[in-house]
Design a protein around this ligand. Structure first.
Ligand SMILES: C[S@@+](CC[C@H](N)C(=O)[O-])C[C@H]1O[C@@H](n2cnc3c(N)ncnc32)[C@H](O)[C@@H]1O
Length: 215
């Protein structure tokens, strides 16, 4: 990734993919990863909410909407088997300033093995502020939320939304991808401005990428 002068906004773009990295070729799509994903889905259907990991095209489109300024962090919540994580890193996200938080211990171990050097935190994203390295708090440029928020009650959504904004500078958004046709979050009730940035017809099921800012 190019070094840009301070305050110049950049994006994680798949065209900046580093070559020859030591990372696994595709952490989310190996047979072992697919089996692990299915097992977790059967054991924790509410936490997983989808039978399949996000497709490669969806992951790349998510990565293309990430905005991280120099010195800022990128955070992913709910990496599962690492499909989106792979696209974020392939797109140029810094290993040093990317953190992922996964509640499932086996999934977190899988992601840790797949991406040596990545900060993989096993825990509940609700505790985001306490789980992130102190230097990251207040300096998170974008959060990519893979947690199926549409499936959780409004008060739980609110707590997680508050936790996300507590670690980002003013004016930033978090990204949420969803298989719902409409906004997966009740934006007005949560005091959010929702924008559908993208939709991915090639994903099964059809997926949308939403950005949520404080209204
Ligand atoms: C729909 S899966 C997404 C997996 C992956 N990002 C993908 O798209 O293939 C949701 C993920 O969020 C994780 N998750 C659910 N609730 C969580 C929480 N409160 N904190 C952290 N991770 C959570 C689940 O364990 C699961 O890995």
């Amino acid at each position: 990734m190019k070094t840009l002068p301070a305050n110049v906004e950049t994006r994680v773009d798949s065209s900046l993919a580093p070559r020859g990295s030591a990372r696994a070729p595709s952490a989310g799509s190996t047979l072992a990863a697919r089996w692990l994903y299915l097992k977790q889905m059967l054991a924790h259907p509410k936490q997983m909410a989808s039978i399949f990991p996000a497709s490669r095209v969806l992951c790349e489109r998510i990565a293309s909407h990430v905005r991280v300024e120099p010195g800022e962090w990128l955070v992913e919540l709910g990496p599962g088997t690492g499909a989106v994580t792979q696209a974020l890193l392939d797109g140029g996200a810094s290993l040093d300033r990317t953190a992922v938080i996964e509640i499932g211990d086996e999934l977190a171990q899988h992601v840790r093995r797949s991406f040596p050097g990545l900060k993989v935190i096993t825990g509940d994203a609700m505790d985001l502020g306490q789980l992130l390295p102190p230097g990251a708090v207040g300096r998170v440029g974008t959060i990519v939320c893979g947690i199926p928020l549409a499936m959780v009650p409004l008060d739980v959504q609110r707590r997680l939304v508050d936790a996300m904004f507590s670690v980002m500078p003013e004016g930033r958004y978090f990204l949420q991808y969803s298989y719902f046709v409409t906004s997966p979050l009740k934006a007005r009730e949560l005091g959010l401005k929702a924008e559908r940035l993208d939709y991915v017809l090639q994903n099964v099921p059809f997926a949308s990428i939403w950005a949520y800012r404080k209204a």
